[in-house]
Design a protein around this ligand. Sequence first.
Ligand code: SF4
Ligand code: SF4
Length: 143
Amino acid sequence: MAKKIQCDRCAGLCCRYFALPLDTPEDKDDYDDIKWYLCHKGITVFVEDGDWYLNIKNKCRHLTKDFRCAIYNKRPKICRGYKHIDCDFVEGEYDYELHFISDRQMDEYIKIKFGNNKTEKSGSKRKRKKKRAKRKGASKGKR
Ligand code: SF4
Ligand code: SF4
């Protein structure tokens, strides 16, 4: 489908969220941090190809009411590089290895993963989370 026609039929799905890579959780504290992220509205966490991502549902301020980009000629590089052929509209649901949509889900996961192991030591230092922003799938050439 030609890009123009394809985007004309879409409500700008690719402009309604962004994803940030997370350090792979290693201990119970790391998972508990993720549980805290998931306490917040509009946040989900997914794992794809073994990599963890924080997904933030938040519409771009430049997406217009008729689903156009208000800064098209000045839009960020990551938007320019998006491969519409593999876009969200065409691809549909992603095949995540894991997808957490609530803190309760993470609670269950922690219980299964760590059981009632009270002796598990807390993670040493809190790791600095990477702040490198990227579009979901950017590394796979989706955008
Ligand atoms: S998700 Fe795909 S079809 Fe929709 S606006 Fe973005 S590139 Fe166009
Ligand atoms: S800058 Fe434009 S293309 Fe990029 S996310 Fe915002 S509305 Fe979409």
